[in-house]
Design a protein around this ligand. Sequence first.
Ligand SMILES: [Cu+2]
Length: 511
Amino acid sequence: MNLSKFVDELPVPSVLKPRQKDRFHTYYEVNMTQFQQSLHRDLPETTVWGFEGVYPGPTFEVESGEKVFVKWISNLPDKHLLPVDHTVHGAHLGVPEVRTVIHLHGASVESESDGYPEAWFTKGFEQVGPHFSKEIYRYDNFMPACTLWYHDHVIGITRLNVYAGLAGFYLIRDQRERELNLPSGKFDIPLIIQDKSFHPDGSLSYPKQPKNPVHELDTSIIPEFSGDAIVVNGKVWPYFNVEPRKYRFRLLNGSNTRFYRLKLDSEQLLYHIATDSGLIEHPIGIKEILLAPAERVEVIIDFTNFEGKRIVMTNDAPFPFPDGEPVDSNTVGKVMEFRVVLPLSGKDTSEIPSFMVPFPKRRVQTASKFRFLTLTRRIDSYGRELMLLNDQDWDAPITENPKLGQTEVWYLLNLTNDTHPIHLHLIDFQVIDRRAFDVEKYKQTGILDYTGLAMPPTPQERGRKDTVIAYSNQVTRIIMKFGPYTGLYVWHCHILEHEDYVMMRPFRVLL
Ligand SMILES: [Cu+2]
């Protein structure tokens, strides 16, 4: 499909209205349904899944400390929109084909409300998974201002449910952020970037088989997904009309597999102000943004003195990242266009502050546990590659069981040839460093022999994170303190095809 670029205006998701709100709590109900939506001017309407009748879903805007309750409701059809592989763990024949459970990515929430992959439910809660415990989730929102997102997290078909459209933003605001006088209101725009492919009739295209098909199976999971069109906030290659002033953009990579390395073709600086879990200490001028699946970065872009200009946001991240094919600059090499065509609606009094929030660094000396965890690869009985954490299947006994309040350092040893964005639920962490090591020696002897110097996190990573890129042949070290809740959570690769098969493990925080 060769679709024209920059012919549809960027949609900005509407803000979700609560059903009830008083001094003590806020209550939302959110319905998941299947419907038709126009994703491009020249494409017939696409059947998608979404929340409250829209893809991506409406945006939650909550205050830090606000007690929020959400009833996630499924009114999805019984038959999946996309091809389901029943050989994948948790998606066996016999379980309902359409199941969902919603995870609030980046939020620290009680275990029962975290969207455990086996806490799924169907339409009307008629059937539920073995770990289902409640219909109404509770989010305490004690984190400072940050950009979170909600998305499906069900065992075995997360890749299909998110690709079908089950994702949306969840923003936490606070007083400190307001005092900073960042661009706000209509100048504060979330952008969810995804890659998709379409059939000529407008329907979503997702492969039934990998490049080397598995003949015994009608449908097989694929090792990675690459779409040929870029979709931002639900429109293919949109444009956005802006005023000649400063804007705050919250960028989220909501893709299944694709990484993005984003730049503006005006070559102007982007002022980086926030990582996954909130504002950083000082804004940093950067030329490009690297975003792995699920990562977020917030930037201020200043369009002052660009009146009349058209500025294209480009992507040059190879697929797979970082050693794969260069991007086609005519398709996935372009993301969206900013058109500086609106008159200034008022003087731009917003600021790029010199200091935002303190960032107390976690020190390795405070850690009481050091875990060495491998990212590995195996071949299954159909000859397919599958990725694992610590070489363990999803349902092997729990091996990561940190104590409440304990600080730990995790060494992520990537023994595979792929790059994996690793995400932990419940906590945010800090990236300590990355270091090359002798993978063959490690595989043969179990001895960790470094072959390079430790590299500090990139400037873009020097803040609170919940997803970290673990490169091939490197040890990536992260440090975090477990709490404030105990119970069952998961950690996993956020390449959704890997997460489903089966690069995800439970962990339990013990009292
Ligand atoms: Cu992975």
